[in-house]
Write a protein that binds this ligand. Structure first.
Ligand SMILES: [Zn+2]
Ligand SMILES: [Zn+2]
Length: 299
C-alpha cells in the first residue's frame, strides 16, 4: 500500500537569498483548470478497477448465492440492506478518495514575487521542490506518481489511485473502515450459510450447483479474510497517525516535530471536520477543517 519514493529525501533546501526562481521551469500542467482531479497512472487505475471488481464480486455472491435463494425473508432483507448500504458507502468513499485533490501545492509558484511576498525573516528557511518548482509549505512532500507536492502527504495509495493527504484523508479512512465492515459482515453470513446448509439439503440452499456454491463461497471467504486483515490494520494505522498528528512519511523519516501539539480529539476534528456529527461517517460530507495558514515555514 505504501509507495514512498526515495527522492523525498533529496529535497533542496536553500536560504531565500539563494533561491533562483528564474532557473526553474515548472512542468506543464496536463490538467486544464477547473477539471476534476484524477491521476493518470496505469498501475493505480488497474488497482482501482480491481477494488471495484472485488466489491462487486462480493455483492454478487452475497445476493445471488446466499440471500435471494434463502427462505428466511426477514434475514435476507435485513442483511441485504445492511450489506448493500455498507458496500455503497465503501465505493462512494473510494470515489471521493480518488477524485479529491489531496492538497496539491500550486506548481511553479517559486517566483521572485511570491518569495518576496512571504516576507521571510533573516535566517528563515523555505523549501523548494526542484521538480514542480514550487515553494513547499511545511509538512508537504513531493509524490513522484502524482508529480506534485502534496500537503501533509501520508502515502501514495495505488488502491485509490491517489495520494492520501490533507484534503482526502477522511475519505481514505472511511474507505478502509467500510471495506473492513463489509468483509466482516460477508464472513459472518458465509459462516451462517455453511452452518445452515450442513443441516439442510444442499440443493435448497442455493440456486447454483453444490460445487459452484462451495467454490464461490470459499473465494468470498478468502477475499473477506484478506481484506478484513488488510483494511483493519490500515484503519488502525491511519487513526493512530491522525491522533498523534504525524503522517506516515514523518513516522518513516523520524522527523523532528516542528508543529504544535494538539489533543487527540482536536486532531480528529482537523481531519473529519468541526464539530463532531454523523457527517464524520459520511463520504458525502466535506469536512470543514478550518484550515490554518497553508504556508507555514520552518524558522
Ligand atoms: Zn514537488
Ligand atoms: Zn501521489
Amino acid at each position: 500500500m505504501m509507495l514512498i519514493p526515495a527522492h523525498h529525501f533529496r529535497d533542496i533546501e536553500r536560504k531565500p537569498e539563494y533561491l533562483q526562481p528564474e532557473k526553474c521551469i515548472p512542468p506543464p500542467d496536463s490538467r486544464p483548470a477547473g477539471t476534476m482531479w484524477f491521476i493518470r497512472d496505469g498501475c493505480g487505475i488497474a488497482c482501482a478497477i480491481v477494488t471495484w471488481f472485488l466489491v462487486l464480486y462480493a455483492e454478487f455472491v452475497v445476493l445471488f448465492v446466499m440471500l435471494i435463494p434463502s427462505r428466511d425473508y426477514v434475514y435476507s432483507a435485513i442483511n441485504g440492506l445492511v450489506f448493500n448500504l455498507l458496500a455503497f458507502l465503501a465505493l462512494a468513499s473510494h470515489c471521493r478518495a480518488m477524485l479529491t485533490d489531496p492538497g496539491a501545492v500550486p506548481k511553479g509558484n517559486a517566483t521572485k514575487e511570491f518569495i518576496e511576498s512571504l516576507q521571510l525573516k533573516p535566517g528563515q528557511v523555505v523549501y523548494k521542490c526542484p521538480k514542480c518548482c514550487s515553494i513547499k509549505p511545511d509538512r508537504a512532500h513531493h509524490c513522484s506518481v502524482c508529480k506534485r507536492c502534496i500537503r501533509k502527504m501520508d502515502h501514495h495509495c495505488p488502491w485509490v489511485n491517489n495520494c492520501v493527504g490533507e484534503n482526502n484523508q477522511k475519505y481514505f479512512v472511511l474507505f478502509t473502515m467500510y471495506i473492513a465492515l463489509i468483509s466482516l459482515h460477508a464472513l459472518i453470513m458465509v459462516g451462517f450459510h455453511f452452518l445452515h446448509c450442513f443441516e439442510e439439503d444442499w440443493t435448497k440452499c442455493s440456486s447454483f450447483s453444490p460445487p459452484t456454491t462451495v467454490i464461490l463461497l470459499i473465494l468470498l471467504c478468502f477475499e473477506g479474510l484478506l481484506f478484513l486483515i488488510f483494511t483493519s490494520v490500515m484503519f488502525g494505522t491511519q487513526v493512530h497517525s491522525i491522533c498523534t498528528d504525524e503522517t506516515g512519511i514523518e513516522q518513516l523519516k523520524k522527523e523532528e516535530r516542528r508543529w504544535a501539539k494538539k489533543t487527540k480529539w482536536m486532531n480528529m476534528k482537523a481531519v473529519f471536520g468541526h464539530p463532531f456529527s454523523l457527517g464524520w461517517a459520511s463520504p458525502f460530507a466535506t469536512p470543514d477543517q478550518g484550515k490554518a495558514d497553508p504556508y507555514q515555514y520552518v524558522v
